[in-house]
Ligand binder design. Structure first.
Ligand code: NDP
Length: 301
């Protein structure tokens, strides 16, 4: 293995430390305490775990944090009322509605009901539009691509990606498309690939920066990777691991890590790469919202 392993846990810890310091400073100088509300509907155990860890991290950062747990049979109208109440609550700078929502609720309607200036996930059309037009400092950027961008900039040691080719595999609204916009804003020359793309291995092999956000275990092979490339594996896939014992499973990314690491210049592992950055950037986004209210420049990461 020759690639530098990009330690997402370490970078996430550094981001959270910066958030903590800046939060303490904001509170000291302005009295404004960043506030985040997390709304969860139903009992999905994985979502419960995510919500608990977000609340814990927010408290660790010095934020005001509230969690609203609503029953599975909550009506869309009641959820919208809860969102409206949080939109109007001055203690709350950011609202996160944990997805997925139960099938009887229109997710998009709920997301678009969140005030754009409190839309910490960056899914509101106003924030999508700001990111797409390059008004990044004023936008909320979805946390996973925002965290991936921090890892890319640190791995390459620069924020200016001029002259570099980037290939993003995946075109989802939460990862692929915002990743495209961030890389483009960083001056990379960006191609977005998806399930209808032809000759994907050849295309991937042109990438100085290769971002995989596909949701297919180890689909991207070692010989798709350009020597020296920075490889960011967003994928999180649980697969059977009979080698660990009967019925055991393990997490893998969208990249064949062992093979790709022989060719790449730097690469994120799964787990321990992009995953920890997502929650760190959620904290960063919440602080940024409070900084905007205070007219204070938020930290860079
Ligand atoms: P989606 O399912 O929404 O999108 C997957 C994308 O991959 C689509 O654009 C699809 O193309 C494309 N695709 C599927 N198959 C192929 C193929 N054979 N060749 C080329 N492209 C293909 O997934 P997400 O973007 O939400 O998530 C992607 C991965 O990232 C998942 O593993 C998910 O678990 C993980 N993830 C991790 C996060 C983290 O915190 N680390 C956060 C969010 C996601 P098309 O549009 O044509 O269908």
């Amino acid at each position: 293995m020759s690639a530098e392993v990009i330690d997402g846990r370490q970078v996430a810890t550094e981001v959270v430390e910066t958030v903590k310091e800046a939060t303490a400073n904001l509170i000291d100088t302005t009295g404004i305490v960043p506030g985040i509300a997390v709304v969860i509907v139903g009992e999905d155990p994985a979502s419960q775990v995510y919500v608990r860890s977000k609340g814990k991290k927010a408290t660790e950062c010095g934020f005001h944090s509230e969690t609203f747990t609503m029953p599975e049979d909550t009506s869309e109208a009641d959820l919208l009322k809860q969102v409206e109440a949080l939109n109007a609550d001055p203690k709350i700078h950011c609202i996160l509605v944990q997805l997925p929502l139960p099938g009887h609720i229109d997710e998009d309607k709920v997301i678009q009901a969140i005030a754009p200036e409190k839309d910490v996930d960056g899914f509101h059309y106003i924030n999508v539009g700001k990111l797409g037009t390059g008004a990044i400092a004023e936008a909320f950027v979805p946390c996973t691509p925002a965290g991936s961008m921090v890892l890319i900039e640190r791995a390459l040691g620069t924020r200016d990606l001029s002259g570099l080719n980037a290939v993003v595999v995946g075109r989802s609204n939460i990862v692929g498309k915002p990743m495209f916009n961030l890389l483009l804003a960083g001056n990379a020359t960006v191609t977005v690939a998806h399930s209808r793309t032809k000759n994907l291995p050849e295309l991937a092999a042109t990438a100085d920066i290769l971002v995989a956000a596909v949701g297919r275990p180890e689909m991207i092979k070692g010989d798709w990777v350009k020597p020296g490339a920075c490889v960011i594996d967003v994928g999180i896939n649980r697969i059977d691991a009979p080698e660990k014992g009967e019925g055991k499973t393990k997490l893998v990314g969208d990249v064949d890590y062992q093979e790709a690491a022989k060719t790449a210049g730097s690469i994120t592992p799964v787990p321990g790469g992009v995953g920890p950055m997502t929650i760190a950037m959620l904290m960063a986004n919440t602080l940024a919202a409070a900084c905007r209210e205070a007219g204070v420049e938020p930290p860079h990461y």
